[in-house]
Unconditional design. Structure first.
Length: 170
């Protein structure tokens, strides 16, 4: 019985998320996630469980619902800043991950004459994991790696690993 109820709740949430995306900018509203959860789970009334919340986030990230109106799009640095101000950990969809990986590969090709900074060194220093790539990395990448200092300031625990790269464009 519990499994059937869970499936019904997931169906309701999936439908609500899909409908909501037709009229909304997904990331901007996700930043205000309480509002999103109220909209998405309205049909569930006041009976919102932690599992419901987790399922909404699963839909919005793993299932690629960041693709607005069927098109993938970059999240702007302004949106990232807004999220950070609110203390929101913002996941990234696989499309953006792939774009970043592609850009890193291109950067590596452009810098073959600069062996002291390699793509693998950089990814290692950032403790890169394709399953957990975060918006701090994207924020830095969106700046063209021109200002690694701002990335360090946002993630002080990475100072030791990143200092050796300085403000070099890689």
């Amino acid at each position: 019985m519990g499994d059937q109820e869970s499936e019904i709740r997931e169906t309701i949430i999936t439908t609500a998320v899909t409908d909501w995306l037709q009229d909304s900018n997904p990331f901007s509203d996700i930043v205000f996630k309480d509002g999103l959860l109220r909209d998405v789970t309205a049909e569930l009334g006041d009976d919102i469980s932690e599992n419901d919340v987790e399922y909404v986030w699963k839909l919005m990230t793993e299932e690629g619902y960041f693709r607005h109106r069927g098109k993938s799009r970059r999240i702007t640095t302004t949106e990232i800043d807004e999220a950070e101000e609110l203390g929101v950990e913002t996941p990234m969809d696989s499309t953006v991950q792939e774009e970043i990986l592609q850009e890193l590969k291109e950067s590596e090709r452009e810098n073959v004459n600069n062996p002291e900074v390699t793509r693998s060194d950089l990814l290692e220093a950032l403790e890169y994991d394709p399953e957990t790539i975060d918006y701090n990395l994207f924020y830095c990448k969106s700046k063209g790696w021109a200002d690694v200092q701002s990335f360090i300031e946002r993630s002080p625990w990475r100072w030791a690993e990143i200092t050796k790269f300085g403000r070099k464009r890689v």
